[in-house]
Design a protein around this ligand. Structure first.
Ligand code: PLP
Length: 269
């Protein structure tokens, strides 16, 4: 499968070669990083959990004062390949497009064999970003340079991924995933609104599939490091076990494995 690019034109979505330019040089999405995006999984030929992604896209756009163009939802249709990643991008300059690409091998490996993660600071107290909406905590804007730099730092340290902590030692999220952990059979994940992390579509689906108890509450780095299981959840990787955290080997726990399999099955329903 090669990449498929669909641009939202005045008469609706139009496919065009990926090599063809899409953005204007003066688009604030490029000049200032003022664009919003969503990444969803294409499974069994269909983009998954589309409504949740489109709702979050609209919320992100509102926070950046971006007017979503009419018909943006039409970008999720018509890909015709079984598995992949679908990104929708809407810029402040008014351009909207969708890019469908294969799922990277590394992502599939992470889901199957787990990821080795380290904790890194995000440099803010956990309660700050909800009080400071201009910091855009919990908004899916394309200004992901900090997220990517965090991942590069983790790679330089020999890890696959990172988990952000607040300066007061609370668990926040990962640069491209929601974080959860399991202690004594209870799955715990931080409340997105209270600590201004992205409200994950994957964790929302996963919690609905759980047959065991869960808690949505704040938690400390100590709690995370002492957990029986640690998980990362995101649209494309799905439910991935954190098999090593800050050098402590955890392996793939039973609840994580069950939830990962249940989530993969749900995608195909
Ligand atoms: N947190 C951040 C910062 C993310 O970028 C993502 C992934 O997009 C998530 C959490 C998980 O969100 P979702 O499960 O909707 O993919």
């Amino acid at each position: 499968m090669t990449a498929v690019l669909t641009v939202l034109g005045p008469d609706g979505p139009v496919q065009q070669p990926v090599e063809q330019p899409v953005l204007r040089a003066d688009d604030l999405g490029v000049l200032r990083g003022e664009s919003v995006f969503e990444t969803m999984r294409i499974a069994a030929g269909r983009p998954a959990f589309v409504d949740a992604h489109l709702q979050r896209l609209a919320r992100s756009a509102e926070r950046l004062a971006i007017d979503l163009p009419p018909g943006v939802e039409g970008l999720v249709d018509g890909y015709g390949f079984p598995d992949g990643v679908l990104r929708i991008v809407c810029t402040k300059g008014g351009t909207a497009y969708a890019l469908a690409t294969p799922v990277p091998e590394e992502t599939i490996r992470g889901r199957q064999h787990g990821v080795r993660a380290i904790t890194l600071t995000l440099g803010v107290p956990a309660g700050l970003r909800p009080q400071a909406p201009w910091l855009l905590g919990g908004v899916k804007a394309t200004s992901y340079a900090v997220n990517m730099a965090t991942l590069r730092h983790a790679h330089d340290e020999g890890a696959d991924d990172a988990i952000w902590l607040s300066t007061d030692g609370e668990v926040l999220e990962a640069p491209t995933s929601t974080v959860a952990w399991v202690q004594d059979g209870v799955l715990v994940t931080p409340p997105a609104g209270e600590v201004a992390v992205l409200p994950g579509t994957t964790v929302a689906v996963a919690l609905g599939l759980l047959t065991t108890p869960y808690e949505i509450r704040r938690g400390s780095a100590e709690e995370l490091r002492a957990a029986d299981e640690v998980l990362m959840l995101s649209s494309v990787r799905g439910v991935a076990p954190v098999v090593e955290l800050d050098g402590r080997v955890l392996g793939t726990g039973p609840l994580t494995a069950r939830l990962r399999d249940a989530f993969e099955a749900e995608l195909l329903r």
